[in-house]
Write a protein that binds this ligand. Sequence first.
Ligand code: CDP
Ligand code: MG
Length: 763
Amino acid sequence: MPSMATGDRRNFNPNSNGTNNHPQFGPKLLNGDQKSDSFARRQKIEQQRRSLPIASVEKRLVEEVRKNDTLIIVGETGSGKTTQLPQYLFNGGFCRDGGTIGITQPRRVAAVTVAKRVAEECGVELGQKVGYSIRFEDMTSTSTRIKYMTDGLLLREALLDPYLSRYSVIVVDEAHERTVQTDVLLGLLKDVQKKRSQKTFSESNNNGTLVKEENNGEGEGSSVSVVKPHLVRKLNPLKLIIMSASLDARGFSEYFGGAKAVHVQGRQFPVDILYTTQPETDCLDAALVTIFQIHLEEGPGDILVFLSGQEEIESIEGLVRENLKKLPEANQKILILPLFSSLPSEKQMKVFAAAPVGFRKVILATNIAETSVTIPGIKYVIDPGLVKVRSYSPDSGIESLIVVKTSKAQALQRSGRAGREGAGKCFRLYPESRFEGLDDSTIPEIKRCNLSNVILQLSALGVDDILGFDFMEKPDRMTVIRSLELLYLLGALTDEKKLSDPIGHQMARLPLEPNDSKALILASQFDCLEEMLIVVAMLSVESIFYAPRDKLEESRTVIKSFSSPEGDHLTLLNVYRASLEFLEKNKMENSKEKAEKNLRKWCKDNFINSRSLKHARDIYNQIRENVERMGLKISSCGDDMVPLRRCLAASYFLNAALKQPDGTYRVLANGQIAEIHPTSVLRRAKSECIIFYNLVQTTRNYVRNLLPQLSRFSRPIPTEIDSGVLPTPRRKFVNTVRGSDFPEISLDDLAIEFFSGKGNNSE
Ligand code: CDP
Ligand code: MG
């Protein structure tokens, strides 16, 4: 095990003589068999807890947290950090002042699954002592003391409560992932910690609220703000714990002024690494072959396959099922379990359960299984060596999802998943020479994503100078400028770089990407918010349609019945409306469960991914609640799609692309060439100009979810954009055709004209 690079290194050697003294919580009242089942399960869980590497160092960890306001804990994945540490701190009295222990996760999946697990370990109902809170879903109550949440959610809480006064301890988990939210959070927490140690608070009990008095000696003057009643308690300094699976704690330690780092030793059995002799051309096929090779040739043990996204997972899932049928019955005992972030959480939880006797689990996961969740039973790992990441080009201001090679650190982390419970094997689906050429570690997301959202959030927190913010790693200047520009173009920022009123403030309140927020806000003005909510919800799930290889033609015909010549957004709206109509009708005659079951059948018949549709329905409900709370007017435009298209065009106009003679499209903002994604309804009926929602890069560039231009151009479309220097409130779209007399026209006006169907020569 490589050593940690700080002078403060501690090796906590695990031993499993389990002298822990975990308090027992009364079991829930159950009857008969349930009671004994539950008792046996509790005993098993208690035994598992005691055997975790971290268990032997409980007391020392609690002591270190007591002594240090900021502590860095580094430990092997699976050693028990995420599930155990918060319980140790709770038992160690860190909530005695009424404070909560908050643990942030970069991923929703981890927040939910871990909270469920910990609630079970504590023998309490989820949402009581142990709870979770993720975007749009709050499973906490006033009695919650151990609260798992996404890092983004904690950032939002800071908007309402700048001192994060409900927390006595905040644990930033999986910090090595360096998501952009984690990086922002680290800077913010550093600041909150400082503010909390500088201020004194006094309680005013006359109306049950807490009055904060500024006393930071910096002569800011005194401001008084009222915090929610349940926060009435004295504020202690904020304890901050940074947890990470990777081995470089030095960066974190330096950032936190030389904070102490401790190392929890994990248990790692040897893992045999196997490479392919040749590079694979079709990774999915290679993964499929390897799954069966392991299943037929290797001993018992579950298989974990790392794939880049829901689509790949579902396509392999189908292929495994198909091929399985061809095997002799004795060899068919495979349990396929997908795991990706938008999977409903009941389904996610299935990966943790043991397979029935004689069965082998095959878990098809995105890189959430890399460190965020530890799945018991894994002996074989299949690693195609790819990962889907966000990528941003400041030149164009366009963010895309691209599939890239993993870093060495990721490859090691993935193979490590095979050696948790015994010796394992990792099948890397690439030649050894390629491994040597991989980057050592992954570039932090803040270096490769659009920062508009971060800027919105920080502006709402009163941080106007994003380049001056104390980031662990500064974002690129050009990226910041581009991101600011987008916000200007969307009308979210004023010339003084302040949030505009009301649009900027409203956008900051919505937990969505700025373009999506803008679309919703505009839609409420143009009386089509009902439809826009559906469109935004549908766009936020990965794939609504599925077209199995063996039924390609049939699926195309069926899907056609939903398709709209006005593009994919409206097609998605049609699907949603049709499914809703089906469900409503069914509910009149059937129970809710039966109606849902029938809906799944309806989806299957219509080649719609019922999982994705369900997810979109959830998101719809959640965003709807949000906009209702904000007081936005929700009304419907009925069958008149003009206002909806106008709002879409005015929100996503930067993503315009122009058809080229060869049928490909040129993205106006950066000149990049892309093809229409095969799933788009505009695949054949190609429009002169389109606005895309996503740009996906694999071996080719694809644009998907498209809005076609509906008006014929009354003037040639300008093909170059003058990249105006800030602070231009609107980037001018200047026609460069020499000698022509077309007036300057702003990009958004142009977009609205062409895409709304209300322009000249409307067809
Ligand atoms: O955070 P770290 O990677 O150190 O470990 P953890 O997430 O606390 O997981 C410790 C152990 O709890 C794992 O080895 C899993 O076997 C188990 N666990 C589980 O069974 N079900 C969950 N939902 C989460 C963890
Ligand atoms: Mg963990």
